[in-house]
Design a protein around this ligand. Structure first.
Ligand SMILES: [Fe+2]
Length: 441
């Protein structure tokens, strides 16, 4: 581990201890009747942390993050922070980790908590158990400050460890954090009121609801990931038959995603078109194509006629999966030309599904930008010229203009560009992981 990282962790430990002592001197007397609520919420957060170990993913899952903050506003005092710090330490001890990582994780929670409580008190916030109304300025300040300190502390350790700018690391990891802040503020208040109005059971029921939602979301996410991996495995299997198209479907999927973005489609539409693009040639698995795919030279007219059946075979295969019915037309018509000279149904212009028109670009661009036995891969300028040349003949003229005129055109030639588009849910998931994972590793 780098010396700068170790020094930084020591600094965070000292800052955490100093801020806790500072809070103690600011308000040393503890009201134990108020501390009970904060203690209960911390226990809930602790259980959430343990559960998040079991259900995979971040150290401080959604179940534990909001209860921690709720404990701060229920009773903003040094004693609450002491309990939170202790529970974080116990949670850390349950996992095999380096001592320095444990020290960092616990200290940065304590530090973020102290600063958060300090702001809450500074803005005139009262313990929620004393004044159960929504104290907008102190509440918002406490949540935002906690998140900022937490994420900055983590970004700094990542930046130092990887030799990157701390500010850039923080911005890139937390640009969408404001969305999460808005979600967290009412969440913290709802938990606080659930405790004040209904006691321990109120919080318990709320937690069970959130845990249920989280588990449902996680199962759904895992199922989607498995489905996607199975599809990719299937596509790989198909491509084993065609030595010249290894990785072709993944690239076409990536290009389709970028083009669909340029056209201004919604994240859901972009996702569906990228799946259609991934599967556009799966019909080639059919045995009738095997000898033709392995043939080295030019195809005879008969062989070409057989090959032109592959979009139909692809569409038939895709249609067997209930979840993919909506993309069957996009798969079937991916070789239709704008002027009606394509196959298999000689559709023309806007009769051709939008997804197919996009895949047509992606498919052709991939063919042009990969080396073939008879020619080298074309560059950006040559591809642009070719697209212009066949605008309104092979390609949709509107998409052609949008694509050529877009700064995103370059992304088609950048192999490091994943072309990923994040939906709000995905952004929240990313932010959730970043914000509430106060772990070094
Ligand atoms: Fe095809």
């Amino acid at each position: 581990m780098k010396t700068s990282v170790i020094a930084y962790v020591y600094a965070i430990v000292v800052a955490a201890a100093a801020s806790l002592v500072g809070l103690y001197f600011y308000q040393p007397v503890v009201d134990f009747s108020l501390l009970a609520g904060a203690g209960w919420l911390t226990l809930v957060a602790f259980l959430g942390t343990i559960l998040s170990y079991r259900v995979q993913g971040s150290t401080f899952g959604a179940v534990s993050f909001i209860p921690f903050l709720t404990a701060f506003v229920l009773y903003p005092s040094w004693a609450t922070i002491a309990i939170v710090g202790f529970s974080a330490l116990v949670a850390e001890m349950l996992k095999p980790k380096l001592a320095i990582k444990r020290a960092f994780n616990v200290s940065q929670i304590v530090l973020a908590g102290c600063v958060s409580i300090g702001c809450y008190l500074l803005f005139g916030g009262k313990p929620l158990e004393v004044d159960p109304s929504f104290q907008s300025v102190p509440h918002i300040a406490a949540v935002v400050v906690f998140l900022v300190v937490n994420t900055l502390a983590v970004a700094a350790v990542i930046g130092l460890a990887e030799g990157k700018s701390i500010v850039k690391t923080w911005v890139s990891g937390n640009a969408a954090g404001l969305v999460y802040d808005i979600v967290a503020v009412p969440g913290v208040f709802a938990f606080g009121r659930a405790y004040v109005d209904w006691g321990n059971w109120g919080v318990g029921v709320l937690c069970a609801l959130i845990l249920g939602l989280r588990l449902t979301y996680q199962s759904k996410h895992q199922l989607e990931t498995t489905n996607k991996e199975l599809l990719e495995l299937f596509v790989h299997t198909v491509e084993f038959r065609d030595p010249y198209t290894s990785g072709h479907s993944q690239r076409v999927s990536r290009y389709s995603r970028i083009i669909a973005q340029v056209v201004g489609l919604t994240p859901k539409e972009i996702d569906r078109i990228s799946v259609a693009a991934l599967l556009h040639d799966v019909g080639k698995i059919h045995e009738i194509f095997a000898p033709i795919l392995m043939k080295p030279g030019r195809l005879t007219p008969e062989e070409r006629a057989i090959m032109e059946l592959h979009p139909i075979k692809s569409a038939e295969l895709v249609a067997k999966i209930s979840d993919l019915q909506d993309i069957v037309p996009a798969v079937r018509h991916h070789h239709e030309n704008w002027d009606g000279t394509g196959y298999p149904d000689q559709l023309k212009g806007r009769e051709i599904p939008l997804g197919s028109r996009i895949i047509m670009f992606a498919d052709t661009i991939d063919a042009m930008t990969t080396d073939r036995p008879y020619r080298k891969a074309l560059g950006e300028v040559e591809v642009r010229d070719e697209l212009r040349k066949f605008r309104g003949i092979q390609f949709d003229p509107d998409i052609c203009d949008a694509l050529i005129g877009s700064p995103d055109f370059r992304r088609l030639f950048d192999s490091a560009d994943s072309g990923k588009v994040h939906s709000l849910t995905q952004i929240l998931e990313i932010v959730r992981k970043r914000v509430k994972t106060p772990a070094v590793a």
